[in-house]
Design a protein around this ligand. Structure first.
Ligand code: ZN
Length: 381
């Protein structure tokens, strides 16, 4: 694999590094990296790996760009809202570096396609934002013997490591079991500092390049923790767990499993609570509103969310303040609790029920599903 004159110019700052040089740059050109998820982490990972001259990048995403992505998913721009993330990313990456090859997978990574897709690549950079896909990527990488450069972000904190390397631990060694569904709020629920995935994604991109070069000390067996508020990095040593079901001595996971079941999520993508009797569907809820039924509607979102869209009848008490405002909630009426997607309100329903309130219901799918299925004029975010 030779470098053209254009490439010698484009990568000249790399070629000056004795640790990289022409040989190192040729290694990058020969390498292939799969970026799973073109969101907050995938944006910097893909942009910098493209710029660095990775010969082949694979992009996996099935989502479309929405306005709330732009605060951190910098591979996409305002004019991309409503377009496919993969298409938007493909165009941006081609503009950054037309010398590289890009393959698109405009689909969700699943137990059915993960092995076939991942086996075509040398390294995987995991930019997923959910536990099902994270365990899926981990297991597929372990089964195929591919390094899995991991990153994740939450509010002001992030972590990164390299899993699935020879003799190194995997994600399951660190977290054998997923959290209960809803126990760890998503970025959508908990928020995230926009620059945070930039920092973590660039750590992932750096590790990918080091793995390809075979230079430096990679994050194998090391979990790097970053707190943006304190501006502090800490590190935890990780060991491969001999009892790990996928990489240990007595392996029980020898092929990909059903990750939605493993993570406690049913087929429809709904939580375990789907059939619990204190959930109310948006259709039933809309019927109650039309009947002008005398019920108490408690909106536990934040004030700025209420300003984006609301149901006039609702009384706003953000989830964090419910405890100190119990006197605002009537004890003699049916209560319906709403939030954006039904996660925060679910916890408040459980809390109120524990506090002795009766007749408390959670609006399944929250305001978002209500806007989607019932009120098309309502602003979504
Ligand atoms: Zn393991």
């Amino acid at each position: 694999m030779e470098l053209s004159k254009d490439e010698l110019i484009r990568y000249s700052r790399h070629l000056l590094l004795s640790e990289m040089g022409v040989e190192g740059q040729k290694k990058l050109k020969s390498a292939s990296v799969l970026v799973v998820g073109l969101g907050g982490l995938g944006s910097p990972v893909a942009m910098y790996l493209a710029a660095a001259g990775i010969g082949k990048l694979g992009l996996v995403d099935f989502d479309t760009v929405d306005m709330t992505n732009l605060q951190r998913q910098t591979i996409h721009g305002t004019s991309d809202v409503g377009r496919s993330k993969n298409q938007s990313a493909f165009e941006k990456l081609t503009e950054i570096n037309p010398e590289i090859k890009i393959e698109r997978y405009d689909e969700a990574l699943t137990s059915k396609n993960a092995m076939q897709i991942i086996e075509k690549y040398d390294i995987v950079a995991d930019g997923t934002d959910n536990f099902e896909t994270r365990y899926l990527v981990n297991d597929a990488c372990v089964l195929l013997g591919k390094p899995n450069v991991y990153g994740s972000v939450y509010r002001f904190e992030g972590q990164a490591s390299v899993f699935g390397a020879a003799n190194g631990p995997c994600y399951r060694c660190l977290y054998p079991n997923p959290p209960e569904p809803g126990a760890v709020p998503s970025c959508e629920e908990a928020g995230v500092l926009g620059v945070l995935p930039g920092t973590i994604g660039l750590i992932q991109a750096t590790e990918v390049i080091k793995l390809i070069l075979g230079n430096g000390s990679p994050l194998i067996g090391r979990l790097l923790l970053y707190n943006a508020l304190d501006m502090r990095f800490t590190e935890i040593k990780l060991k491969a767990n001999p009892d790990c079901p996928v990489c240990g001595n007595h392996r029980t996971i020898k092929e990909l499993i059903d990750y939605e079941v493993f993570c406690g999520i049913s087929k429809g993508g709904e939580s375990k609570h789907e059939n619990v009797k204190d959930e109310i569907s948006v259709a039933e809820f809309s019927r109650l509103l039309k009947l002008d039924d005398d019920f108490f509607l408690l909106d536990v979102r934040e004030p700025f969310e209420y300003d984006i869209c609301n149901i006039p009848k609702a009384v706003l008490v953000p989830a964090g303040r419910v405890k100190n405002n119990l006197s605002k909630i009537p004890t003699n009426k049916k209560i319906v609790v709403v939030c954006h997607h039904g996660g925060r309100s679910r916890k408040i329903v459980d809390y109120l029920t524990n506090e002795g309130f009766q007749n408390v219901f959670n609006l399944e799918g929250g305001m978002d599903r209500y806007a989607q299925e019932i009120d098309a004029d309502m602003e979504r975010y």
